[in-house]
Design a protein around this ligand. Structure first.
Ligand code: NAI
Length: 328
């Protein structure tokens, strides 16, 4: 049998953690032939709760689960990690300014980046889920100078999946009929879900839908504000759908995108599409052999350009703010 892959999950005792760990252990992250060893990282106060989740994982007797270890410090938590899902973050509380939020998260993602740099496996792949995800990923990446920058990614797959379903409903098709949808920019309300290159059963999605008003006034805000709508309806933030998107993100990164399709990932910009180099922004990406590549050469119309620029401007402001705070 194969050597187990070490998967570190931070925020393991949180609500996304609870929806995520069982699916990792049952083989949905890496595939049905890959055993996993879970490394759960929590803050000391939440270690006991993580132990409870570990007891339940034991009680599932998952054939692919080779072991579970629980840690309360990043140095041990990331030692030997092949895949790291950075879910634990400091949420924005009432009255908190952006600077305070970024500073609090810098206090989490800086030491985590350092620990990944010091002790993760050479093939480490990092997905940051905890918000503000793009900028948290940037902070961690900047503190891991020995790890190739492309190994740090931020999650916009939930936005991508949300957009797939909204478009499928509008067009009266199945999600599997849709290809080449893109989320651009920041995982925030400024993100831009783009259907101008998307295809529905091989035809251009924007032409099939042929409804600019719906696009501007319904589709984009519905996708961008879905997180708030879930909180409003459920009384708690998206957890199972976020965990599902994290599974999808890593599964696609490792196993590749389908021929004729791409996905959306927050990745380090190489300057493509006018996104300043070094920012971690969502792009259309193709994955193959465990590597991602930004899809090149797409025409960006005026409608899209303004929206991509606005979201990227926000990312640049967040980067400048963490720079000013001395976090990068
Ligand atoms: P939660 O509050 O239920 O759980 C967070 C957990 O992280 C807690 O157990 C906490 O003890 C732990 N934690 C805090 N600091 C930590 C540290 N330094 N090391 C290890 N663990 C630490 O939150 P939930 O609902 O699980 O969400 C987690 C994050 O995911 C939030 O930041 C949320 O905004 C974000 N999120 C991102 C999405 C995306 O699409 N990128 C979608 C949904 C949520």
């Amino acid at each position: 049998s194969r050597t187990p892959v070490n998967v570190t999950v931070t925020g393991a005792a949180g609500q996304i953690g609870y929806a995520l760990l069982f699916r990792i252990a049952s083989g949905h992250l890496l595939g049905p032939d890959t055993p996993v060893r879970l490394r759960l990282l929590e803050i000391p106060q939440a270690v006991k709760a993580a132990e409870g989740t570990a007891m339940e994982l034991d009680d599932c007797a998952f054939p692919l689960l080779a072991g579970i270890d629980i840690f309360d410090n990043p140095t041990d938590g990331f030692a030997g990690a092949n895949v790291a899902l950075l879910v634990g973050a400091r949420p924005r509380t009432k009255g908190m300014e952006r600077g305070d939020l970024l500073a609090a998260n810098g206090g989490i993602f800086k030491p985590q980046g350092e620990a990944i740099n010091a002790g993760a496996a050479d093939d480490i792949k990092v997905l940051v889920v905890g918000n503000p995800a793009n900028t948290n990923a940037l902070i961690a990446q900047q503190h891991a100078p020995d790890v190739p920058a492309e190994r740090f990614t931020a999650m916009t797959r939930l936005d991508h999946n949300r957009a797939l379903t909204q478009l499928a409903k509008k067009a009266g098709v199945a999600v599997t009929d849709i290809a080449k949808l893109t989320i651009w920019g920041n995982h925030s309300a400024t993100q831009y879900p783009d259907i101008f290159h998307a295809q529905i059963a091989g035809k251009n999605a924007a032409e099939v839908v042929d409804d600019r008003t719906w696009l501007a006034d319904t589709f984009i805000p519905t996708v961008a504000k879905r997180g708030a709508a879930i909180i409003e309806a459920r009384g708690a933030s998206s957890a199972a759908s976020a965990a599902n998107a994290a599974i999808d993100h890593v599964h696609t990164w490792v196993n590749g995108t389908a021929d004729g399709d791409w996905t959306s990932m927050g990745v380090v910009s190489d300057g493509s599409y006018g996104v300043p180099e070094g920012l971690i922004s969502s792009f259309p990406v193709v994955c193959k052999d465990g590597k991602w590549e930004i899809v090149q050469g797409l025409d960006v119309n005026e409608f899209s350009r303004a929206r991509i620029d606005a979201s990227v401007r926000e990312l640049a402001e967040e980067r400048d703010a963490v720079r000013e705070l001395g976090l990068i």
